[in-house]
Design a protein around this ligand. Sequence first.
Ligand SMILES: Cc1cc2nc3c(=O)[nH]c(=O)nc-3n(C[C@H](O)[C@H](O)[C@H](O)COP(=O)(O)OP(=O)(O)OC[C@H]3O[C@@H](n4cnc5c(N)ncnc54)[C@H](O)[C@@H]3O)c2cc1C
Length: 431
Amino acid sequence: MKNGLYWFEHDLRISDNPALTQLARSVDSLVCVYCFSVADIRETYFTHEPLGPHRYRFLHEAIAELRQSLAQYHVELVVLYGEPVDVISKFITDNDITHVAKHYHTGYRENERLTLLKAKHTDVKFSEANAYTLYNLADLPMSLAELPDVFTPFRKKVEKQSTPRKPISAPSYLPATLDDKKAVYQTLDAANMAALPSVSPVFENSIAKKLVGGEKAAQAQMAYYTFTSNALAQYKVTRNGLDGWDFSSKLSAWLATGCISPRQVLAEITRYEQEVVANDSTYWLFFELLWREFFQWHALKVGYELYVYAGVQQQAPFNKHMVKVHQQWVNGTTPYPIINACMNQLRETGFMSNRGRQLVASCYVHELGQDWRYGAAYFQSMLIDYDPASNYGNWQYLAGVGCDPRGHRQFNLQKQADTYDPKGEFIAQWT
Ligand SMILES: Cc1cc2nc3c(=O)[nH]c(=O)nc-3n(C[C@H](O)[C@H](O)[C@H](O)COP(=O)(O)OP(=O)(O)OC[C@H]3O[C@@H](n4cnc5c(N)ncnc54)[C@H](O)[C@@H]3O)c2cc1C
């Protein structure tokens, strides 16, 4: 009897999930798990818990929907709670699991965990497949060691020489969970979900209210941003907005948690280009997905260096962590109204625009003279769309220790506020 276990992590969907589809073909029974790391909720990293309330809420919604979708295939999804390697390892042993599959990920910690789990279960067959990126590593026109240290040469080579992968459909069949195990799994799942902390974020009148976890909401937003609203056709002009739903795709939270894959997003952009219009804006959304792509492969290449103070440039800044100043930034009480507004929005909702992120990160490093790792850790805790490669890659970039040929990106905060919030409406809303 081949008993399969699928470990969901940053791929909370059934469609375009090649690892799940492949496992389904090789086993007689299937059970799925998602594991909340207890350390991410209860312990702190650079003074903040890695999994804060907003992303927790989103994950909870996505998992609830995934459970319903899997139930239609007669497959159980069990939520585990603890140290992922330990609890999944115990689950494998307790349930005579013979095959384990997981989606591929470029994160340092994700790969470390998988390696540890494999070492504990040498008799189990492990498999992985990728849809977290547009291309597979083997599709890139360079080896990982040769990956350029900056974005533009990467983009130019990839655009010319590689073809993005196409998404695959949801599987028509998954092997059902064993009947005699179902009751045990359901009890375990209910107990674990009850142990999780409750959250009541302030969502009314905020953008984040529309960020609902799950594959269905992700597909609905993709359809809305393209064929329904046609907002995509103006993306290049609007994308630097500070507030509002339509100025950018808002897909990042669904991409980071895997409720949608970048391959699915690109397939829809392409369909929109064929059926409605292809212009600079439709290309620019692909361009931004290439930024995401670059940071993913960069993260895999540099590993733990993504988290060190001196960054990939190995040049430690002279900044220092000052608790009081950090708290002012977190609480939106700095001398800069535009920064305070962005930080208040983030704290209350888990959302901040790309422009806002650039401004608050630049301010943190340059005006406030802080150690960038504490700012990045706060983002990690608060952002609904937290993704290790994108967050730490962008923070290093703005701190002048990452993959930026120019370095020292300091914004004129008053000028930025005048340009992006000329009537002061955003500041008024979030002050
Ligand atoms: C300091 C800092 C930290 C950040 N942390 C994260 C993070 O943890 N998770 C995250 O997904 N993005 C992060 N970003 C990138 C960017 O701010 C968000 O991806 C974007 O705001 C999401 O909104 P959107 O989906 O409407 O983006 P759109 O403008 O519609 O772009 C489409 C997609 O392209 C990708 N993308 C766009 N810009 C970037 C970028 N600069 N880097 C990487 N990918 C990009 C995202 O997946 C995004 O969903 C960070 C940026 C900065 C400056």
